[in-house]
Design a protein. Structure first.
Lengths: 320, 320
């Protein structure tokens, strides 16, 4: 039985936000219903960075993402983050496919925010704010544009080059560079910065906003003033990951956040076991750390799409 | 930068016990010296079996083995255990190679036992006993034959077919089928059974023997009567893994083993920080659970051997 190999240049054309969003939404649902498995990430730390092994299974799918974070890579003309996904048959363990996971990671992260917005933002949301205009901002925008008819996208980044790259990449949308307080005056805000201390102040946050806090993905990182969290209703992607590496990790550690502000997980809301937003003036926050089930859901979607397609590389990798 | 893909049929000819043994020996040394990293294995359990993510780094090498155990596979004409190794550049995180890891696993397991025998068995050892004649027995034999001039190999298995397959596979050695007590009367014994309760009795064990206890690799498995362990000097591959899944896990849990019988790790002996065998009548036991550092050491050895060889598949997998 051959194993399929899908390179970065082949994966990108297979990624369609309109398919990624429901795949990720379903992963959250299965996880909340206890039908998915996701053991803790295993971290391997080396001198120049770290690696994470992220295994997960969903009904009919299993696999593992191996992803690195090497901050000095851009000086060598390499991305900071690269990922490989091994997609396995849960019935036999057979490695059905090995895929580049770099774009899958960016797409599923955008899709997770869009799923959160779908369940937590006001129904009439039509403006999007992006705090940070880097690679992750692109897929946040793409995912929200797939779900919403966006009247205006406001963006702020320390780097003007990043901002104009984002604007040029999406000529079909009305995207404007704004100050941070102006960006925060949007119906939905995605924070996608590498900040280690809060960049968003309490006084900028308007009633009724939904914030996808995406940047914090490691111990010690945070983007939002804890006072925002203390007035918000918070949903996490996974409590275990959020409390160690998500937006809530620093304020929880410092005792600055009332743990009761965390109402549950996004999966609980998707599965219907917890209520999301209850009124139009509530501030909702989704703390997104990135889950292995999101990656495996995408890998499953892609594999099912191409498994009968003969144009991709197949090797008798692990012969029977 | 292209990534190299090495299939099972390509890996096997690249595996030479005379190279695998020193690579594994060096991995034990680096681990004992604190120069290797090996976070705990991450287990993913599904209905039909399980998967393990095994990350590790050594000086100049990093990577991860993704290995499954699906006991019902033979009925589908698939191996129970299959493995894929992603071999990464520790400096950048770049996935340099993706290799079949199935034969690497068998070879490094044999090599680990041979390293243990080198440091723990009597210097004049010339007979090898194999308790179990399955796949793992083959590489135990190959590894010991690479280090010792074996006068006689005695083998016992419940399955006569397995025994005769082993004998036929190595016509160059004198291999004889024997009863279990006779097999135990060897200078070095390797136990490679899937037993969940002791198969080797105390009265069969001779003074001066060295036993490589390889079969126990999961919680609840054991091959040796705990009374053997209580009269032996025990070395583990890794204390964390051994106490949860190695030969010592059951007797430690039941309080049947004095923890002081465990003198240290094989790495301590290889690195010279702990003494191995101290006299010719001592019974020594190596509790082998299988370490990710052994896999990554082999992957490194293979990659260095072939990285300039153009005959293997290269794909622009994760483009810069």
């Amino acid at each position: 039985m051959p194993t399929m190999f899908l390179c970065k240049s082949e994966i990108l054309p297979l990624l369609d936000m309109k398919e990624v969003i429901p795949a990720v939404e379903n992963a959250f649902r299965q996880w909340a219903l206890g039908k998915a498995q996701m053991p803790p990430k295993s971290y391997l730390t080396v001198d120049k960075g770290d690696f994470r092994a992220m295994p997960a299974s969903l009904p009919g799918a299993a696999g593992m993402k191996w992803v690195n974070v090497h901050p000095a890579n851009p000086s060598r003309n390499l991305p900071t983050v690269m990922a490989v996904i091994i997609y396995s048959d849960p019935e036999t363990g057979y490695p059905l496919a090995v895929m580049d996971g770099t774009d899958i990671t960016a797409y599923r992260t955008g899709a997770a925010s869009a799923v959160a917005s779908k369940y937590l933002a006001r129904k009439d949301a039509s403006t999007l704010g992006l705090v940070g205009a880097g690679r992750q901002a692109h897929t946040q925008l793409m995912a929200h544009a797939a779900l919403y008819d966006l009247k205006l996208v406001k963006v702020y980044d320390l780097s003007e080059a990043s901002t104009s790259r984002l604007i040029k990449a999406f000529p079909q949308y009305r995207i404007e560079a704004h100050t941070l307080p102006e960006v925060m005056d949007s119906d939905i805000v995605c924070t996608v910065t590498p900040a280690h201390s809060p960049v968003v102040r309490k006084e900028w946050v308007k009633p009724g906003v939904h914030i996808n806090a995406v940047g914090a993905d490691a111990h010690g990182k945070e983007e939002l003033d804890p006072e925002i969290l203390n007035e918000a209703v918070i949903f996490v992607d996974d409590m275990r990951q959020a409390s160690t590496s998500g937006e809530v990790n620093v304020p929880l550690d410092k005792g600055l956040l009332d743990p009761n502000r965390i109402r549950g997980s996004l999966g609980d809301v998707v599965a219907g076991t917890k209520k999301g937003r209850t009124n139009d003036r509530e501030i909702t926050v989704f703390d997104s750390t990135g889950l292995a089930i999101e990656d495996i859901a995408c890998a499953h979607m892609i594999y099912e799409k191409v498994k009968r397609n003969s144009e991709f590389t197949r090797l008798n990798f692990v012969e029977a």
